[in-house]
Design a protein around this ligand. Structure first.
Ligand SMILES: Nc1ncnc2c1ncn2[C@@H]1O[C@H](COP(=O)(O)OP(=O)(O)O)[C@@H](O)[C@H]1O
Ligand SMILES: [Mg+2]
Length: 455
């Protein structure tokens, strides 16, 4: 069976509808015939009210409106049509027998697009209608294009800002991994290099200790068996202070051993701290990371020419091991504690330090002593890590921006403005936690990290 395609081809215009509102049946008939013959679909109504109703239910492309009608005249009908959102854009052509200029002006003022005088000249009517419909089509097309253009602009703008955000994220990530890996590699490399020499120093110290003891014992025995070794030896014994040597040498060696053990400890924690995070999370003790961070920052906590030492008050709770990327979390601790030290240092000119009195903290001298408080707690699902300082604090306009990449209040060369944005990303995106900040200018700042046990 042959299929008939009933769809109109796109370049044939759909039939346009004209609504004629006129109380004279003769006029309606003439217009109906004329317009139908011209290829329009024609709707007719005999008074203003039904005309308005028809226009609302079935909006035509154009309205021919008689002015002189009972009930409601053409002007009034026109006003109603134009105040209704559905019909307000339909072009209206007035029809009247009056050829009075004033009337025409009034019609145009009402918003009519044209005017036809009775009795009708068929060709003129058609010509005027054609012009108006063409105008209307062009206007509709223009609106359509404008809307399409606007949509496209909105779309493009959204695409662009999305792309920009993505780019910024990638950049942050790059900086972050770059930073972690270059710092990590360096620390791991140094730790490795130091490990060997410190290894043989401590092994040899052990033997040296043995040998020294043996030698000292032997010396003692000699002196017992040969109490008079002769002048030459007596003189040397006196000049080198043999008694002091035999007493001091073992002490010296054991303090050297202490020192080398400490270096080994430091190196060990540096290696733990910097070990590259694999793809998998590890269960780790958060406190270890905080402690190592403090150790690395030790030199900055010490007394400075313009301020006493920063006291670190720790209140560690009982925490379970946390599933995390330890290298990244350590970086967060490093960023937050380094910022706290910066904030304290920047508050130095405005402070009246009490120095060593701060060794005995009381509620009264809390602001007189530089302080960093680190407090950890755990509930059923989360651990909370609070890192507070009594440094210069920040006002709202600063606080609102601190998590933005490249936002810094520090001089060029000192601040990168990346520490907090990276930390934020690590805590929220990588660990499903939250990072918040409470601060008041001149008093201090507190950062609150919350981490779920498992993410
Ligand atoms: N503990 C804090 N006290 C006061 N201001 C802080 C503190 N931590 C961060 N800020 C503010 O937030 C800004 C952004 O911090 P950050 O992202 O670490 O970048 P940077 O330290 O390189 O400036 C800092 O420049 C500072 O103004
Ligand atoms: Mg910083």
């Amino acid at each position: 069976m042959e299929k008939h395609n009933s769809e109109q081809s796109p370049n044939i215009r759909p039939v346009e509808t004209i609504l004629v509102i006129d109380d004279s049946p003769t006029n309606l008939e003439v217009l109906y015939t004329t317009l139908s013959d011209a290829g329009y679909e024609v709707l007719v109504e005999m008074d203003g009210y039904s005309g308005i109703e028809q226009a609302q239910n079935n909006p035509p492309d154009l309205i021919l409106l008689d002015i002189m009608m009972p009930k409601i005249n053409g002007y009034e009908a026109c006003r109603k049509l134009q105040s209704n959102p559905i019909t307000k854009d339909i072009p209206i052509i007035f029809m009247t027998a009056l050829s009075d200029t004033l009337e025409k002006v009034k019609g145009f003022q009402m918003g009519a697009v044209d005017y036809i005088t009775k009795p009708f000249q068929q060709e003129e009517v058609i010509a005027r209608i054609n012009v108006q419909l063409k105008l209307r089509r062009l206007n509709l097309e223009l609106d359509h294009q404008k809307q399409k253009l606007e949509e496209r602009v909105v779309e493009r703008t959204a695409e662009l800002s999305e792309a920009l955000e993505e780019l910024q994220q990638t950049q942050l990530q790059l900086v972050q991994t770059e930073k972690i890996s270059s710092l990590g590699q360096m620390v791991a490399g140094v730790a490795h290099e130091v490990n060997n020499p410190i290894g043989f120093i401590s092994t040899n110290l052990y033997h040296a200790n043995q040998y020294v003891n043996d030698l000292i014992n032997l010396l003692k025995l000699y002196r017992e068996k040969f109490p008079e070794p002769g002048d030459e030896i007596e003189e040397i014994i006196e000049s080198v202070d043999l008694d002091h040597i035999s007493e001091d040498l073992p002490k010296l060696i054991s303090s050297m051993k202490l020192g080398s053990d400490r270096i080994r400890g430091i190196m060990q924690s540096m290696r733990t701290y910097s070990r590259a995070d694999g793809k998998e999370k590890k269960a780790v003790d958060i406190h270890e990371g905080i402690e190592t961070t403090l150790m690395i920052l030790q030199h900055r906590l010490k007394p400075q020419p313009k301020r006493p030492a920063i006291h670190v008050v720790k209140e560690y709770g009982n925490l379970p091991l946390i599933e995390c990327y330890p290298g990244q979390l350590n970086q967060v601790f490093m960023n937050l504690i380094a910022n706290a030290i910066d904030a304290i240092d920047e508050s130095v000119p405005d402070r009246d330090w009490e120095g060593d009195k701060g060794r005995h903290l009381t509620p009264d001298n809390v602001m007189l002593v530089p302080l960093i408080c680190i407090c950890t707690t755990a509930d059923k699902e989360n651990v909370t890590i609070q890192i507070g300082d009594n440094g210069k604090g920040m006002d709202l306009s600063v606080r609102d921006q601190i998590f933005q990449a490249f936002y810094t209040t520090k001089p060029e060369g000192k601040g990168t403005g990346l520490g907090l944005s990276i930390s934020y990303q690590i805590i929220t995106e990588k660990h499903g936690g939250t990072l918040e900040c409470i601060s008041s200018p001149g008093k201090g700042t507190e950062f609150i990290i919350q981490l779920p046990f498992y993410t």
